[in-house]
Ligand binder design. Structure first.
Ligand code: EPU
Length: 432
C-alpha cells in the first residue's frame, strides 16, 4: 500500500491567480524606492531630532525596518506613505536576531548605530537564496574608521576606542563597489572626526539618495553617484523632511509588464537616468519609449532577442535580470543573459520552463530561445525578483497561472495586484 505524500507547504500558501492574455492600458504608478527608504530610515539613528520621510512604500520590509528601529528606542509614526522617526535617545545598540534575520538592509544600520553610540552589536545578515552576500567590505570600512570589530557566534560587535567615542576619518578603497558597504561607511563617516574618502564606491541612485538626505541633515558629502565620495565629518546632524526617490526596479518591472503583454502604457514617476541601461535594452528589443517630465510611455513593437549582462550601476541591474528574462522568453530570436552580481540568481529559469519557456543554463548564463506562447502553470517565485518575473510571465501565458512566493513579492512591490488590475490585468490573491 502506498501512502499519499503530505502536501507541500508552498501549495498551502496564498497565491496570485492570473488569467493570462489581457492587454494593459493606462498608467502604472511607481512607489518610493524600497532599497532607498530602508537605508534612509536607518539614517534617523544619526540625530536626536525628527526625520520625516515621504514617499515611503507600504511594504513588509519597511514594517520590518520599523520594528528594528523601535527595538532600538526610536519613536515612529507612520501615516500613509509618510514616516516620522525620532531617535531622541537610543535605548539599545543591539537589534535582535529575530528582527534582523532576513532583512539585509538592517545590517547597514551598524554604521549609524556605531557613529551615534560608539558601540553596536548586530547579527550577521547571513546568506540568502540568491548568493552568499558577505559583509566583509562593510566591516573593513568600519575598521578603517577606527572601530574595533569582532565577529563571533554570528554577531558583529563594533566599538570605538577612547574617551570621545568618535570615529576618525580615513581613506577606504572598496574591493568591490558594494551598495550596502558604501551606505554603511557613508553613514558612519558623517559623524567622524576629519575627512573620509570612499573609493570604488557604489554609484547606485540609492547611494546618491542617502547622500542627499544626509546633506539635508547637515552632513558634508560630495561625489555621491560617482566612484569617489568625500565626507567631511560634522559633530552633529539635525532633523529634516525628505522624499524618497521613485523605485527604479518597480518602474522597470512595469515597463516590462507593458512589453510582455505588447501593450502601450505609461509608467510614472520615473527618473530616466536611473534606468538608462534598461531603457536601452528595451529599445534594442523593439520598444518605442516616449520620455516626458514625469514618466515614460512605452509602445512595444515586435520583440526581438537581446543579450544582457548584469553589472553594478550604471550597468544593467541584477534586480531586473529575472523580469527581463520573462520578456525575452517571448521574444523573436535568441538572447544570452549573463548574471555577474550574484552566484545563484537563476532559480526562475526552472519556473519559466514550467510555463513553456525554452532556456538553457550554462553556469551563470542563460540562453533563451523565444517561444510564441507561454502556457499557464503553477509556479513559485523563489526570491523577490523571481516572483516578479513569474507575475510578468503569468500576464501573458495562455490560461490561468498560480504564482506562489508572495511573501517575497510583498517585500518589494506595493499593492502590485491592485495596480495591475487597474490597468486591465485579470488577477486575484487567493488564500490557498
Ligand atoms: N559583495 C562582496 N563583499 C562584500 C559585499 C558585497 O563580495 O563585502 C558582493 C556581493 O556578494 C554581491 C555584490 O558584491 O555579489 C553586490 O552586493 P552589494 O553589497 O552591492 O548588494 P547589497 O547592498 O547587499 C543591494 C540591494 C539588492 C541589490 C544589490 C545590487 C538593498 C537592501 N539591497 O544589496 O537588492 O541586488 O544592492 O544592486 O539595497 C533586491 O531588491 O531584490 C535586492 C536584492
Amino acid at each position: 500500500m502506498t501512502t499519499a505524500a503530505p502536501p507541500s507547504q508552498d501549495i498551502l500558501k496564498p497565491h496570485l491567480a492570473i488569467a493570462g492574455g489581457h492587454k494593459l492600458q493606462g498608467e502604472l504608478r511607481v512607489s518610493g524606492a524600497k532599497n532607498s527608504a530602508l537605508v534612509l530610515m536607518t539614517a534617523s539613528l544619526l540625530t536626536s531630532e525628527r526625520l520625516t520621510l515621504h514617499n515611503v512604500p507600504p511594504l513588509t520590509d519597511i514594517d520590518g525596518m520599523e520594528s528594528i528601529l523601535v527595538s532600538l528606542g526610536v519613536k515612529v509614526r507612520r501615516r500613509s506613505e509618510t514616516i516620522e522617526l525620532q531617535a531622541s535617545s537610543l535605548t539599545s545598540a543591539e537589534p535582535p536576531y529575530k528582527l534582523v534575520n532576513g532583512l539585509r538592509a538592517s545590517f547597514f544600520a551598524i554604521g549609524s548605530i556605531l557613529a551615534r553610540m560608539g558601540y553596536a552589536k548586530v547579527p550577521l545578515p547571513g546568506g540568502c537564496r540568491i548568493g552568499a552576500r558577505p559583509v566583509v567590505e562593510h566591516i573593513r570600512g568600519l575598521k578603517a574608521l577606527g572601530a574595533l570589530v569582532t565577529v563571533e557566534h554570528g554577531v558583529v560587535t563594533a566599538a570605538v576606542p577612547g574617551e570621545s567615542k568618535r570615529l576618525k576619518g580615513a581613506s577606504i578603497v572598496l574591493d568591490c563597489p558594494s551598495v550596502g558597504a558604501t551606505e554603511t561607511i557613508l553613514m558612519a563617516a558623517t559623524l567622524a572626526e576629519g575627512i573620509s574618502v570612499i573609493e570604488n564606491a557604489a554609484q547606485e541612485p540609492e547611494v546618491q539618495d542617502l547622500a542627499n538626505l544626509l546633506n539635508a541633515m547637515g552632513a558634508r558629502i560630495t561625489g555621491a553617484g560617482g566612484p569617489t565620495i568625500t565626507i567631511e565629518g560634522v559633530e552633529t546632524l539635525h532633523g529634516c523632511e525628505y522624499s524618497v526617490i521613485p523605485d527604479r526596479i518597480e518602474a522597470g518591472t512595469f515597463l516590462l509588464a507593458a512589453a510582455i503583454t505588447r501593450s502601450r502604457l505609461r509608467v510614472a514617476p520615473v527618473v530616466p537616468d536611473h534606468l538608462s541601461a534598461v531603457l536601452q535594452k528595451l529599445r534594442d528589443c523593439g520598444c518605442v519609449l516616449e520620455i516626458d517630465e514625469e514618466g515614460i510611455t512605452i509602445t512595444p513593437g515586435e520583440i526581438k532577442g537581446v543579450d544582457i549582462t548584469t553589472q553594478p550601476f550604471p550597468g544593467f541591474p541584477t534586480d531586473l535580470q529575472a523580469p527581463f528574462m520573462a520578456l525575452l522568453a517571448t521574444a523573436n530570436g535568441t538572447s544570452v543573459i549573463t548574471e555577474k552580481i550574484y552566484e545563484n540568481r537563476m532559480q526562475h529559469v526552472a519556473e519559466l520552463q514550467r510555463m513553456g519557456a525554452s532556456i538553457r543554463i550554462q553556469g551563470n548564463t542563460a540562453v533563451v530561445e523565444g517561444v510564441s506562447n507561454l502556457s499557464a502553470a503553477p509556479v513559485n517565485g523563489t526570491d523577490l525578483r523571481a516572483a516578479a518575473a513569474m507575475v510578468l510571465a503569468g500576464l501573458v501565458a495562455r490560461g490561468s497561472s498560480q504564482v506562489r512566493g508572495l511573501n517575497h513579492l510583498d517585500r518589494g512591490y506595493a499593492g502590485i495586484e491592485a495596480k495591475l488590475r487597474a490597468c486591465g490585468a485579470v488577477l486575484e490573491r487567493l488564500l490557498s
